[in-house]
Every structure is written in structure tokens, then in C-alpha cells.
Ligand binder design. Structure first.
Ligand code: 2AM
Length: 169
């Protein structure tokens, strides 16, 4: 099973992201646009790992309170274009806790430095510079363990489990 831990995005956030994708398309940019149902923010990429229960056990020890995410600009890694997020100490902290919990449970994950991004488009046919994204925001109340597999028409992500934020009094 190919596993990763991510935040699923609110409908408002997805609307802002699909608007940006539409603008790219209307300006003649072609490529592999992430379908709305697949838009997410990855916190930790585990990759092939057989034991989803062990991952959920590790995650269950992570404590966080609801926090805000806000879109902030568009950027690229080569021909992959993404939407960025406003700097958030709460997001950085929760990623650190998730990754520490995985490490302490001996669950492997990609140790590359966390670069918060939501992939909008892969294999862009040309430069999408100058395209902006509305500064939509959401409150994160759950973190998800997702599995990914290649379907006939692209990747299929399935939620395997969720971790809820602690309630704030
Ligand atoms: P990406 O969108 O930048 O490709 C599922 O593949 C999710 O895990 C995607 O959000 C992907 O980010 C992310 N991811 C992070 N590290 C990865 C890696 N080493 N291999 C594949 N996907 C990775």
C-alpha cells in the first residue's frame, strides 16, 4: 500500500484552487491538472508500507488543536505548479509532531524538508507565471491517512483513517 498523511481541503479552498486551474487552462497551459477531489496538502509521505493500522496507532498519539490554513500564491518545482500556504507555526508544529510520531514507531517516510504546497498541475506545457490564487482559508480539524493507487484515469486517493483535533474549550 502506498500511504501518505495529508489534510483534505474545504470546498471553499478547493473552489479557489480550481479557479486558478481554470485560469491556467484559459491561458493555454496544458498538462495534468489535479482533479478537485484529489486536491490535498501532504504532511508526510510514507510510500509503500503494509501496515496502515500501525500508522494510525502512531498518529493517534499526535495532539493538535484546530488551526487555520490560508492560500498564498502560486509557485513551481520545474514543470509542477502548486499553490502555497501562508506561513503557519501551527502547521509546522503539527508536521513536526506527525513526523516524530512516525519516526518513533519505526515507520519510514520521506525525510525531505516540509515544503507546504498543493499540487495544481503536473507536466505543464508552458509557464503559468502570473496566475494568482484567491486567499481562501479554512480551519483544519482533521488529518487523514490516505492511500494512493493508479486508476485508469489517474491517481485514486482513499481515506483510510482520520485523526481529530482536540476540542478547544
Ligand atoms: P506532490 O504533489 O508534490 O507530488 C501523494 O503522492 C502525495 O504525496 C502528493 O501530495 C505528493 O506530493 C506527496 N509526496 C511527497 N513526497 C513524495 C515522494 N517522495 N513521492 C511521491 N509523492 C510524494
Amino acid at each position: 500500500m502506498r500511504l501518505f498523511i495529508a489534510i483534505n481541503l474545504s470546498p471553499e479552498m478547493k473552489a479557489a484552487l480550481t479557479d486558478a486551474q481554470r485560469t491556467m487552462y484559459n491561458r493555454g497551459v496544458r498538462g495534468s491538472f489535479t482533479p478537485a477531489e484529489n486536491l490535498h496538502l501532504t504532511l508526510a509521505f510514507i510510500g509503500e508500507y503494509p501496515d496502515a493500522d500501525a500508522v494510525m496507532d502512531a498518529l493517534s498519539g499526535v495532539v493538535f488543536t484546530p488551526f487555520a490554513l490560508r492560500l498564498d500564491g502560486v509557485g513551481r518545482f520545474g514543470d509542477l505548479w502548486w499553490a502555497g500556504l501562508q506561513d503557519s507555526a501551527a502547521l509546522t508544529a503539527v508536521v513536526r509532531r506527525v513526523r516524530r510520531a512516525l519516526a518513533e514507531s519505526g515507520i519510514p517516510f520521506d525525510r525531505k524538508r516540509f515544503a507546504p504546497h498543493i499540487t495544481l498541475l503536473r507536466k505543464a506545457s508552458r509557464d503559468a507565471a502570473g496566475i494568482t490564487v484567491a486567499p481562501a482559508s479554512m480551519t483544519v480539524r482533521t488529518i487523514s491517512l490516505l492511500s494512493s493507487r493508479r486508476g485508469r484515469n489517474g491517481m485514486i486517493y482513499t481515506e483510510i483513517g482520520t485523526l481529530e483535533a482536540d476540542s478547544v474549550l
